[in-house]
Write a protein that binds this ligand. Structure first.
Ligand SMILES: Nc1ncnc2c1ncn2[C@@H]1O[C@H](COP(=O)(O)OP(=O)(O)OP(=O)(O)O)[C@@H](O)[C@H]1O
Length: 313
């Protein structure tokens, strides 16, 4: 779906901002570009949208070399979300969300329906907020409007540059959870930029860890933790290693080590695709039943801890 082939970008005589970058993002995948400030994440994203042109190399979206497409044609297939939302202050919330469908000349009733659907899905009551101005909304709400605007014309590709970066830590966690659960995002191809390691581990199907314009490692969260490609990767993840492991590890990865206990009266509240972190949060209040393949097991905190310890060995 998205492919970068030996891409270089240089802003001056010094080192390259993006230095021989090659990667592929599969349909429906969320790839996170992670790395320290100035490592070339935003430059990479902007080149995919043709806000910047590479010095050399090729970029393909949906099998087409993007230089062969007019920027406007390309951008119709790409939703772009920015840290500071970029909402137009003199447009109401519904007008902001409707911008791209209006440019595409959808009929008015379809646009209105799409705006209402998205506001509902993003927990923004249309009755309360459709005619509000962006500055009357909280940071988290503005971020949701920015997301709704990017999703409005149903683009197959989403580029997201630090989408939660302007939010306070608590709002950030809750908006991130909503983001993860949002069906509107589940089948889209997403490239998300962040410098927040936890965020990368929560949201990425795969993570591309960059430093000084080059890829240090590209792999699943667990691959980066279990088989770091070099010292840089190991050192980058070291401070939060345990927490990251719990966020990368799914209940199904631990299945073989979870004790067999079963008793009637429990209802399934977690899926085996959820993370150990989510399981730990859930079992604090009571044991829970989890189904995986044809089997059911009851998870409690001690069984979970033992399984994690066994997996680590
Ligand atoms: N328009 C520009 N002109 C000159 N240099 C630039 C420009 N844009 C980016 N750079 C430089 O290119 C390098 C990569 O910048 P980029 O914004 O892609 O990094 P980043 O990883 O997104 O960083 P951050 O997380 O701080 O946003 C940096 O050294 C930056 O100073």
């Amino acid at each position: 779906m998205i492919k970068l082939d030996h891409v270089f970008k240089n802003f001056g005589p010094q080192k390259n901002a993006v230095n021989d970058l090659s990667l592929e993002v599969a349909d429906g995948e969320t790839l996170v570009l992670l790395g320290t400030s100035g490592c070339g994440k935003t430059t990479t994203l902007r080149m995919i949208n043709r806000l910047l042109e590479p010095d050399s190399g090729h970029i393909y979206v949906n099998g087409k070399e993007i230089r062969q497409l007019a920027p406007e044609t390309l951008r119709r297939t790409i939703g772009y979300v920015l840290q500071n939302t970029g909402l137009f202050p003199h447009y109401t919330v519904s007008e902001n969300i409707a911008i791209v469908p209006s440019l595409l000349q959808w009929d008015k009733a379809t646009i209105q329906q799409r705006v209402i659907t998205l506001m509902d899905k993003l927990r923004l009551s249309p009755a309360e907020y459709a005619n509000a101005w962006p500055q009357q909304l909280s940071g988290g709400q503005q971020q949701r409007v920015g997301l709704a605007r990017a999703l409005a014309a149903d683009p197959p590709v989403m580029l997201m540059d630090e989408p939660f970066g302007a939010l306070d830590p608590l709002t950030r966690i809750s908006v991130r959870r909503e983001f993860k659960a949002l069906d509107e995002l589940s089948n889209r191809t997403i490239i998300l930029v962040t410098h927040d390691v936890e965020e990368a581990f929560e949201l990425g199907s795969r993570i591309c860890l960059m430093n000084e314009g080059t890829i240090q490692q590209l792999g699943t969260p667990l691959e980066l933790l279990r088989r770091p490609a070099n010292e840089f990767v190991a050192a980058f993840l070291a401070p939060q290693r345990l927490q990251l492991e719990l966020k990368a590890l799914k209940i199904k990865d631990l299945w073989a080590w979870l004790p067999h206990q079963h008793s009637p009266g429990y209802t399934t509240t977690l899926s085996a695709d959820q993370t150990c972190w989510e399981a730990m949060e859930a079992v604090i209040s009571q044991p829970i039943l989890v189904q995986y393949a044809q089997e059911q097991k009851i998870l409690d905190s001690s069984g979970l801890m033992q399984a994690i310890a066994a997996w680590k060995n």
